[in-house]
Design a binder for this molecule. Structure first.
Ligand code: UTP
Length: 289
């Protein structure tokens, strides 16, 4: 079985739910405390053993490439001022030469289309997809939980989690063959099922391990919900010939593509910081008075 070495990060969406901030700053670069959402996502990927990140970008997203590059003037100034810890932090997350690729999705035709744009860089090996607006944390990096599950059962893995009661019709939802623990064979999946027809309350939450055969299916470019090329539809087709397991991962997800999700992430991550937690708690309590 080939190892999972590459992760595709689709970052070409317009981020309309967090406008106007995302008009000129890619939503994936909005801050959670003091670093962009993407910084956490790349750290999670590295903790899962990812060796190559493939960003699917679009117009107005060039700042993402710049973020993962040297900023010579800034680095020189931090050095001159003796801010060595901050300098080390900034330089420390830069990619090794060749660790990142950028490919352009010229029109936002949907998540499936964005993933398909990475086909030549991924090639013929299993790969991960990380939705970069879903900030996920756990006792073990969530993507590592998925890759470990894939090493156990093979095929394709979709990370899922329970959605709030009565909300399943808003999500991509999975159908399971029984329910034995956190890792279960899937029998189906559906994007935004009409209310009352949801096969479970487990939604597809933003991490996947997929086999490369998905690309040939995406190449057909069939449009689904919202007239977009949906990854869920392509996975449902692949499921006719390959096994899919749903992994209910251990951890917490913050949907940073949404105003309240982004706010929650900022508060939660600030409260957990050893250097900021006390002040953050005092600030929150003060606001709640
Ligand atoms: P979303 O639907 O959450 O992102 O897609 P969006 O379109 O930017 O968000 P809103 O609804 O307008 O606020 C999930 C992920 O897929 C990427 C997005 O960038 C996001 O990270 N995506 C989506 C693409 O790269 N291309 C697309 O055509 C659609």
């Amino acid at each position: 079985m080939k190892p999972v070495r590459k992760a595709v990060l689709p970052v070409a969406g317009l981020g309309t739910r967090v406008l106007p901030g995302s008009k000129t700053v890619p939503k994936e670069l909005l801050n959670v405390v003091d670093r962009p959402i993407l910084s956490y996502i790349v750290a999670e990927g590295r903790a899962a053993g990812i060796e190559h990140f493939v960003f699917v970008t679009g117009r107005g997203k060039n700042a993402i490439e710049d973020y993962f590059d040297h900023h010579i003037e800034l680095e020189a100034q931090l050095q001159a001022k003796g801010k060595t810890a901050l300098l080390a932090e900034i330089v420390g997350e830069l990619p090794k030469p060749g660790e990142m690729s950028f490919v352009r999705q010229m029109q936002p035709h949907g998540l499936g289309h964005a993933v398909w744009c990475a086909r030549d860089i991924v090639g013929d090996e299993p790969f991960a997809v990380m939705l970069p607006d879903m900030l996920m944390e756990g006792p073990v990096a969530p993507l590592k939980q998925a890759i470990d599950a894939q090493a156990k059962v093979g095929g394709n893995i979709i990370v899922v989690e329970p959605c709030p009661p009565g909300e399943a019709h808003k999500y991509g939802v999975v159908a399971l063959d029984g329910a034995g623990g956190r890792l279960n064979k899937m029998t189906g999946m559906v994007e935004k099922p009409p209310k009352g027809t949801e096969p479970s309350n487990l939604f597809i939450s933003g991490r996947y391990v997929l086999q490369p055969e998905i690309f040939a299916i995406l190449a057909d470019q069939e449009r689904g919900a919202g007239n977009e090329i949906q990854l869920t539809d392509a996975m449902a087709t692949l499921m006719k010939s390959q096994a899919f397991h749903a992994l209910e991962y251990e951890g917490t997800t913050y949907d940073c593509g949404d105003k309240i999700g982004l706010l929650r992430a900022n508060v939660a991550f600030a409260l957990k910081r050893t250097d900021l937690g006390g002040d953050a708690r005092a600030a929150v309590l003060d606001l709640l008075k």
